[in-house]
Design a protein around this ligand. Sequence first.
Ligand SMILES: [Zn+2]
Ligand SMILES: [Zn+2]
Length: 137
Amino acid sequence: MPEMSVADEAELFLKMIADPGCEPGLYECLACFVARRVEDVGCDDTRLWTQWFRDLKSPTATALETRLFDLGVTCDCRLVTRGYRMHRALLVRDLMTDELSAPDEMPDCAGVRRTSTKPCANWERRPLDDWQPPRHG
Ligand SMILES: [Zn+2]
Ligand SMILES: [Zn+2]
């Protein structure tokens, strides 16, 4: 990730303040928030939203970064493709392929403690050997 100048950071901050969707809800969890932001604005190969969430909710949770990095979460979209997965109970079965996939509409966050950086009940830890590169076609 390239170093950001103070001006860049200030601009980013203003952009974030201007967009109400970029504030995590009071009890919204990290995984729901980041999934929501990645869906809205995409992933730019940084952990911008993960860090933003951490800064706002739990500035002292500095171990979070390391913990996520160990899970292979090197950018925001990987938080919800590698780090965590949607809980099975929320997945929908594709009648054609019989595969389970995430619903089109993200379910509402089940809620966590205000300063928690853990995902809510909508998510579960993905087993480390479970990850496969996304298939094309
Ligand atoms: Zn990404
Ligand atoms: Zn949640």
